[in-house]
Design a protein around this ligand. Sequence first.
Ligand SMILES: NC(=O)c1ccc[n+]([C@@H]2O[C@H](COP(=O)([O-])OP(=O)(O)OC[C@H]3O[C@@H](n4cnc5c(N)ncnc54)[C@H](OP(=O)(O)O)[C@@H]3O)[C@@H](O)[C@H]2O)c1
Length: 326
Amino acid sequence: MAQYQQSLDAKATIAVAGATGDLGTRLIHGFLDVDLRGGSAGLIALVRKESDKTQEWEKQGVEVRTIDGSSSQQDLVGALDGVDVLVNALPTSGAALRDNIARALPKTALKVYFPSEFGVDHRLHDFNIPEWDGKRAHYDLVQKTLRENNNFGIIVCRLFVGLFLHSGISAAYGFDTAKSVYEAVGSLDQIMNYTDTSDVAKVVVDLSTRVVRGMKIPQDLRIAGTHASFRDIASIMGKAGAENVELRSVDLQEFRERALARKYEDRDAVECLRFIMGDGRDDYRDVKEGGLGNDNVMVNGDERVFKWKTLEDLAVESQGRPNADP
Ligand SMILES: NC(=O)c1ccc[n+]([C@@H]2O[C@H](COP(=O)([O-])OP(=O)(O)OC[C@H]3O[C@@H](n4cnc5c(N)ncnc54)[C@H](OP(=O)(O)O)[C@@H]3O)[C@@H](O)[C@H]2O)c1
């Protein structure tokens, strides 16, 4: 009975690799916020070097450990000592470290590994670019390494969250909020999925807690925080202060052909995301609503764990002009 209660109360110790990056920093802040409500047993930031930022985290109870591309397997295993859950938030430029971490996994006591996905569901893509090929190659390496070491104890969980809410409504994605001109690739009425990183943090903590309490979680999850089309977003931002948003659209097929006509190594993920936003592969609404479907019922059905941050919330806090300042 005492053991049963202990497992009901168990919480995960979570480490973040690439903690000083954009996603990593936002996740650390998200985890600290969830921790105020008793989220995790411990929080570890894996960084290349200490800084004012990491010192500030230490004051808030985060343990900071250093690793980099030159860390040996033994160093990496040591850095993961006592960790239940590793969230990899390294970008493609950190691919060597990302893969060295994969090779060290069988020697750790990790229960869950979240590879550095946190974007669109590239299992659906019918083209190749370095960014998503790199993510796929890393995932294959993780699976192969665990198989070869007979380590089937670690759950590898890929979270596909669509575009980040904090950065997705910006000029790079066709929303020139400073000039009030939005340009869709394809239809202005195609729905797109956004998830805020604070909600990603909540999902990670919840899934991690389930695993340390002995429950199973799926290996691939599509997370749908909030959704809208270009036309909807113009209206939402207009109500919050954006003035006379001009809506334009360009031909999807021409845009896609131009993006993929580049040499393989020059194919850019953000440029490709613009036609993915237009062709429906970032539409994670329920299938019965016409989308690709999502796993929200499993992670946060009826918002029983938390309330998703919406485009309306973003509009209010940015007065209708998110990312308008350079
Ligand atoms: N869904 C979306 O809309 C969206 C948007 C952006 C990114 N993402 C995804 O989020 C993940 C993280 O991306 P991000 O934009 O947060 O990355 P980022 O800000 O570029 O990450 C930088 C982090 O990686 C470390 N790093 C950089 N180069 C390294 C190297 N060669 N060796 C070791 N560490 C290195 C940096 O360490 P230092 O601080 O020491 O330099 C820093 O911690 C990626 O999987 C990306 O695809 C998703």
